[in-house]
Ligand binder design. Structure first.
Ligand SMILES: Nc1ncnc2c1ncn2[C@@H]1O[C@H](COP(=O)(O)OP(=O)(O)OP(=O)(O)O)[C@@H](O)[C@H]1O
Ligand SMILES: [Mg+2]
Length: 257
């Protein structure tokens, strides 16, 4: 079982869209995935039509574990589109503050995930757009970090500053590895898009940038509104083709580790 954080502090970079559609691509390759919504905005949960999750959700698990009472993730998992989802709700916003005063606060999620069923091939963690306790908990629990980067200039700065934090988190999780950057909302007509890709390769190495780019594709947004992954919504779309390609590359990269 490999645990992967999908994270970058920049908002709207495509974290949630990548989490759900990468998982769906992996599902179609016969892999069993668990998706965990770690964002109080609950976008991942809502993208699977889970608007108002019943208790317990990820918030209650974190709270229980923080109090020293071992939490079982199984109780909070729902099944959607052939994948398992552990939803979040707005209550999770208070976890950022509540965790601060807990002993071993960075390891709470990691402890919960150790109690997961071994049936999963991958656990994907959809992180909030910040570097608070929730994101740190995700990184401490993870084997890999996958970073979606918007094809625009400011995203480069965001990616670099996030990686500085990654080095700090490595004190707590020496096994954490950067899997790569995925360029999202790619538009080949814009020169900026190519520049972002070139700069990432220059700074971090060609192998750190996924060859599969996620093009701008309205079907991806529409699929989320419909509560479905892109393959269930419109298999013939560019979004489906891009995430299918990305999923294959993801599996290849992991197998080479
Ligand atoms: N390749 C794409 N083409 C078109 N729209 C996209 C694409 N990727 C994401 N979107 C849309 O852009 C918006 C932001 O994407 P998403 O929610 O995945 O980003 P995020 O990084 O998770 O945001 P947040 O930081 O708020 O969690 C969503 O409305 C989504 O549907
Ligand atoms: Mg999101």
């Amino acid at each position: 079982m490999k645990i992967v954080s999908i994270a970058i502090q920049k908002g709207g970079a495509g974290k949630t869209t990548t989490t759900m559609n990468l998982a769906a691509a992996l599902r179609d390759s016969g892999k069993k995935c668990l998706l965990i919504d770690l964002d109080p905005q609950g976008s991942l949960s809502q993208s699977f039509g889970i608007a108002d999750p019943s208790e317990p959700n990820i918030y209650h698990l974190l709270k229980q574990e923080s109090a020293g009472d071992p939490a079982s993730p199984k109780d909070a998992i729902l099944e959607r589109c052939g994948m398992d989802i552990l939803p979040s709700s707005l209550e999770l916003a208070s976890a950022e503050l509540e965790l601060v005063s807990v002993y071993g606060r960075e390891h709470i999620l990691s402890q919960i995930l150790q109690r997961l069923d071994s049936k999963y091939d991958f656990v994907l963690l959809d992180c909030p757009p910040s570097i608070g306790m929730l994101t740190v908990n995700a990184l401490v629990a993870s084997h890999y970090l996958l970073m979606p980067v918007l094809a625009e200039f400011l995203s480069l700065k965001g990616a670099k500053s996030f990686l500085k934090h990654l080095n700090l988190v490595r004190r707590l999780n020496t096994a954490l590895e950067m899997l790569g950057f995925v360029i999202t909302r790619y538009d080949e007509r814009k020169t900026m898009t190519g520049e972002v890709e070139a700069r990432l390769k220059e700074d971090f190495g060609d192998e750190m940038v996924f060859e599969a780019r996620i093009r701008n594709n309205i079907a991806l947004a529409k699929a989320q509104q419909a509560g479905m992954d892109i393959f269930s919504f419109q298999k013939s779309s560019n979004g489906a083709a891009d995430y299918q390609k990305m999923g294959q590359e993801f599996l290849r990269k992991i197998s080479q580790k």
